[in-house]
Write a protein that binds this ligand. Structure first.
Ligand code: ADP
Ligand code: MG
Length: 687
């Protein structure tokens, strides 16, 4: 039904060309925002709009933390308070230290005035920090606190992080209430200066505040969108979708989580300055837990992670509270008197706002969980032709992939694992394992389930920090490095149980794979200079080249959400994502698991092509025909120990291997070739 309504509403706009829609909508929106106070001259309503805009900025800030990076923060109002009190204290009569020559430079800069003391005949300092200067300064100060508070807590996730942030959100108002010398306690600051523009004070007129707030919203919408659609935003979303995979694909998790906290806090601090300047006072009640919750409700209502949704949610809920609910109460009272209903005539909806928020939230959860404007773009389904297109396997000759694998110097060792031991409590998952992968080679690791193969990969890629021994990559010790540094050195992997970023597109997954090879920082993401545009464009080209390995299996689907694709395609995307990082060695953990024989064959061929292009491969595989075709050397693990190594043919004759693998006595097996090991010849590859 909702679709029907949307379609009917959209009909008049259908003949507007696609390219015009966005600029047109934006122009109308800006015009409406600019004209509003001129057309609707009710000061109280303009004030409500200014407050709503302030809340929209807060919601945008929290959206970066919760919506983009997926870190549930229940104490966001603390940063709002920090910004508010910093400006409040530095622009009011609260602190009046005695005047001394120390303050002279600040007076020249216009940050303080010299004022006659109330008592005695000395002079005191009157702080007069300019509102315009305070906006960036307090944003920076709040960001600093975001980092201070984030650093010790960001190892936590989900519920635990929520509880700790809740605590922080409670602590700040308590400190404010009790540090009366600095904050005037529960009575609140007084005499906070109103902003001035070219000597003219905003005073208590709502209109200039409204314009400042709208400008802030516009600026922060712009920043949010630019960040979201950049390397920075992708890194946040990777952390949100799968933190372990994000690390393994080169995202420095601590750094990017702190960045999200800092930027979110900066938005909060900035709003605090605005809010206090408008009210010309600040009290601890303005920043309590209900405020944090309300901002969170705005985000959920509007659409978690959706920039426009969050702004809309904030406006609707704030205006509901401060404007519409009062009007509605008035009308209901009139109606009550008309129909002689005493209850209706005296009803007041405003105090029940929290109950109403609750109903709205429950309603959203039941009928529209993704919020008013969902963050995920609608999927364009593949056309019938595309879906039924003939499968074109990636051919070796089609590949462009220049520079994959780097120079292959035969004889050199890519990976050298020596004496590696991993213990999980009483269980020895790896015991004194030695393994070498020659540069340009393909090495396979086989062994029964639970023999420690995946543990070996986890250790090499830095996901475990419990190993002893030595792991050298091109001569350099890498054991103990964090996952993102290991990827940066050129070791990329796939996971036995797929770890993709399910709510992102195929293209975004491959772009995250390139995270470590791109350089865009926060400022470049926001300003998007030509170098950044070029880098993004090149990243997309490279991703398409990588997808081409799989023929036309992935290329028509680059805009699709990964979660909706077939299992085999998701396996391919994981390999593509790893390749996108331009690795020198690729670690594949059971890449053909869950694939049918034809798909297995196809993938084996593709892996072979990659190897011929110079990529070194370390492979865990159960299907022995694949191993036989691909690998130069096979290592057999059993109970964490290497029980055999050699060429596929040698290993296959090894009695101990047969025993470990097939659980039967080698004598009995000697007569007949075990069925599982029958080799299926693979088609030979071109060149
Ligand atoms: P394989 O990949 O060869 O099937 P794994 O490397 O996944 O085997 O596991 C080897 C052994 O180590 C298993 O007994 C498994 O239960 C154990 N193991 C793996 N990871 C952990 C962990 N993080 N904590 C405790 N035990 C683990
Ligand atoms: Mg495994």
């Amino acid at each position: 039904m909702t679709n029907g309504v949307t379609a009917t509403l959209a009909r008049p706009f259908e003949h507007i060309p696609d390219a015009w829609r966005q600029p047109l909508g934006l122009t109308l929106l800006i015009a409406a925002a600019v004209l509003f106070p001129l057309v609707h001259t009710n000061d109280a309503d303009i004030d409500s709009m200014a407050n709503a805009a302030a809340y929209a900025v807060l919601a945008l800030g929290l959206n970066i933390v919760v919506g983009f990076a997926g870190l549930l923060d229940l104490g966001y109002a603390a940063f709002f308070a920090i910004g508010a009190y910093t400006y409040g204290i530095l622009s009011s009569f609260q602190l009046q230290p005695e005047w001394s020559s120390f303050w002279e430079p600040f007076r020249i800069l216009g940050l303080v005035h010299k004022m006659a003391a109330d008592t005695g005949d000395g002079s005191v300092v009157r702080f007069t920090l300019s509102f315009w200067l305070a906006l960036p300064l307090c944003a920076g100060f709040a960001a600093f606190w975001g980092v201070m508070f984030g650093a010790p807590t960001l190892r936590l996730r989900g519920d635990y992080l929520a509880i700790v942030t809740l605590g922080f959100g409670e602590i700040v108002p308590i400190v404010v209430r009790n540090w009366s010398d600095l904050t005037n306690g529960a009575a609140g600051l007084n005499g906070v200066s109103a902003p001035k523009l070219f000597g003219w004070s905003f005073g208590v007129n709502s209109t200039p505040y409204y314009y400042v707030a709208i400008a802030l919203v516009a600026l922060l919408i712009f920043i949010s969108i630019r960040l979201r659609d950049s390397r920075i935003g992708r890194a946040w979303m990777a952390i949100r979708e799968d933190e372990i995979a994000a690390g393994a694909m080169g995202v420095n998790r601590t750094k990017f989580k702190l960045l999200a906290f800092a930027i979110g806090a900066a938005f909060g601090g900035m709003t605090g300055v605005f809010y206090v300047a408008k009210l010309q006072t600040a009290t601890p009640e303005m920043f309590g837990f209900p405020v944090s919750v309300m901002i969170l409700v705005m985000i959920v209502f509007g659409g978690i992670g959706s920039v426009w949704g969050v702004v809309l949610g904030a406006f609707i809920l704030q205006l509901l509270q401060s404007w519409w609910l009062e009007d509605l109460t008035g009308w209901l009272n009139v109606l009550g008197r008309a129909v002689h209903s005493d209850w209706l005539a005296h009803i007041d909806l405003v105090p029940s706002i929290e109950l109403i928020f609750g109903f709205i939230l429950v309603g959203m959860m039941l009928f529209r969980r993704q919020g008013l404007i969902p963050a995920t773009r609608p999927q364009t389904a593949l056309s019938f032709d595309q879906q039924h297109a003939e499968i074109r396997r990636g051919g070796f000759n089609d590949l462009k992939l220049q520079g994959l694998g780097g120079d292959v110097r035969t004889g050199a060792l890519a990976l050298e694992i020596k004496g590696v031991t991993v213990k999980f409590g009483g269980l020895t998952a790896l015991n004194n394992v030695d393994l070498v992968v020659p540069n340009g080679g393909v090495v396979a690791v086989i062994g029964p389930n639970g023999s420690g193969k995946s543990t070996l990969f986890n250790l090499v890629t830095g996901l475990l920090d419990v190993g002893d021994g030595s792991i050298r990559f091109h001569g350099e010790e890498i054991l103990g490095l964090p996952p993102h540094e290991i990827l940066t050195k050129g070791i990329a992997r796939t996971f036995q149980n797929l770890r993709l970023f399910p709510n992102l597109t195929v293209m975004e997954n491959a772009l995250i794979g390139q995270h470590a090879r791109l350089t865009t920082g926060v400022l470049q993401a926001i300003l998007r200079p030509p170098s950044t545009r070029a880098e993004e464009a090149a990243a997309r080209v490279w991703a398409m080249e990588v997808f081409a390995i799989f023929g036309n299996r992935l290329t028509p689907r680059v805009g699709q959400m990964v979660a909706g694709l077939s299992y085999a395609n998701r396996r391919r995307i994981e390999i593509a994502r790893a390749l996108a990082s331009r690795p020198r060695i690729l670690l594949l953990d059971e890449p053909t698991a869950g694939m049918n024989p034809a798909e297995t064959l196809e993938l084996a061929e593709q892996i072979k092509s990659l190897n011929m292009l110079g990529l070194t491969v370390l492979l865990i595989e159960h299907k022995l025909d694949v191993v036989t075709t691909l690998a130069d050397t096979v290592y057999v693990l059993d109970h964490g120990e290497v029980i055999a190594q050699g060429t596929p043919a040698e290993v296959r004759r090894d009695e101990e291997v047969l025993r470990a693998y097939l659980g039967r006595n080698a004598q009995a097996a000697a007569g007949m070739a075990p069925a599982g090991m029958a080799s299926v010849p693979l088609p030979t590859l071109g060149q």
